[in-house]
Design a protein around this ligand. Structure first.
Ligand code: ARG
Ligand code: AKG
Ligand code: FE2
Length: 383
């Protein structure tokens, strides 16, 4: 349950990371100290900064630099990787396209999700089927639209799945082929190092976030691998590459509809790691009495927060805290948020160890993670 916190704690997680592969990690004094801090932060704020995470500053900064370079491109160029239902909601969304509580958000972004192959999660995963293969947009979204088979009431599901399979096989083959050619034009082709950099970053953040979850498992008095297996052994992930225009940028001809970069929301999964711009304070976190506490940038750290699924798993012991973004600085702000989520088809319910800690009664209902995600994604965009 969130409290009246006024600041967001900073936690050095290096002692935890040192012991990630040690099966007796939960007996280590250094690990336990980190877990205690994680536990307090998750109970009180649902937010914390991590340092000592091992991701080089140079990579953290390079990721923000390519993000800025991308959003600097002309709209037509960015729109070549336009997000739509056809792309499985992957790709670029312009300012105002994402909606929170019915209000357009004043940010632009590239949304990336773990690949979902056809039929992988049956009807549940249908709307998110697709992969982040930027260079296919080379053929332009219109071509993709024609090529992507759609379910249709006159056709059986079986035929649709077969077509979808061939379509994605084609995607895959193209992907492999283009990886082999270094003179091929993939999107975003500019900045040229966009794809390799983001992929390197993604790989490291997947690993880091799972290791922080080991600490959270111990904090909840479970085994370090409580989130492996059926819960999050094959975790879904989301990455949002985001740009927030300056509120009062006089050089910017565009008039913003409102001043909210991203409206108040909670995140959907387990754990979010935000890599935010160093010198602009814009992310705000709500405490129990409704005050907005700024997550002031601390260079070299990630801002971490708890998602809805971890709130359920912990039986409400940990809060998925409301937060929002308002960029009232005169500068364009970028951030890259990585979301570690449960298995797409995981049925999430309060963990036995948490129920015991919270009076013996499961206070929160069961949710299928993929259903929660799809419901959110479909209401975030009107298209
Ligand atoms: N996947 C996200 N965290 N998206 C940003 C949150 C805002 C989103 N429009 C919502 O209503 O939840
Ligand atoms: O840009 C940020 O600092 C946070 C973004 C965020 O909360 C989100 O995308 O869910
Ligand atoms: Fe968020």
């Amino acid at each position: 349950m969130a409290s009246n916190f006024k600041t967001i704690p900073i936690i050095d997680i290096s002692p935890l990371l040192k012991k990630s592969d040690d099966p007796t990690m939960s007996e280590d004094k250094g690990v336990l100290e980190v877990c205690n801090l994680l536990d307090r932060a998750c109970k009180e704020a649902g937010f914390f900064y991590v340092k000592g995470h091992g991701i080089p500053d140079s990579l953290i900064n390079a990721v923000k630099d390519v993000t800025r370079d991308f959003f600097d491109l002309p709209y037509d160029e960015k729109n070549k990787i336009k997000l739509s239902a056809v792309t499985g909601y992957r790709g670029y969304q312009r300012i105002g396209e994402n909606i929170t509580l019915g209000v357009p958000d004043m940010h632009e972004a590239i949304d990336c999700y773990r690949e979902v192959t056809p039929g992988m999660y049956g009807a549940l995963g249908k709307s998110l089927e697709g992969s982040n293969m930027w260079y296919l947009f080379w053929f332009r979204p219109a071509a993709l639209m024609v090529a992507k088979p759609r379910p249709c009431w006159v056709r059986t599901l079986l035929i649709y799945q077969k077509e979808m399979y061939i379509y994605l096989l084609f995607h895959r083959a193209m992907n492999l082929y283009m990886d082999k050619c270094d003179n091929v034009d993939f999107r975003p082709s500019n900045p040229s190092n966009f794809k390799p950099l983001m992929e390197e970053y993604l790989g490291l953040l997947k690993d880091l976030s799972r290791r922080i979850m080991q600490g959270i498992s111990i904090a909840l008095s479970g085994s370090p691998n409580m989130f492996e297996g059926e819960r999050a052994g094959d975790p879904f992930w989301v990455m949002r590459i985001i740009g927030y225009p300056a509120l009062s940028d006089s050089t910017n001809a565009m008039k913003l509809d409102n001043d909210i970069g991203c409206g108040a929301h909670t995140d959907y999964g387990l754990l979010t790691l935000v890599n935010q711009d160093d010198d602009i304070t814009a992310l705000q976190v709500r405490n129990r009495s409704g005050e907005w506490i700024s997550a002031v940038p601390i260079p070299g750290t990630f801002v971490c927060n708890i998602g809805d699924m971890l709130k359920i798993l912990s039986n409400g012991l940990y809060e998925s805290t409301l937060h929002r973004v308002i960029n009232s600085s005169p500068k364009y702000r970028v951030s890259v948020a990585f979301f570690l989520e449960p298995n797409f088809d995981a049925a999430i319910e309060p963990l036995e160890c948490c129920v015991q800690h919270t009076g013996g009664v499961a206070k929160l209902g069961r949710a299928v993670y993929g259903e929660h995600l799809v419901r959110k994604v479909l209401t975030n965009f009107v298209m």
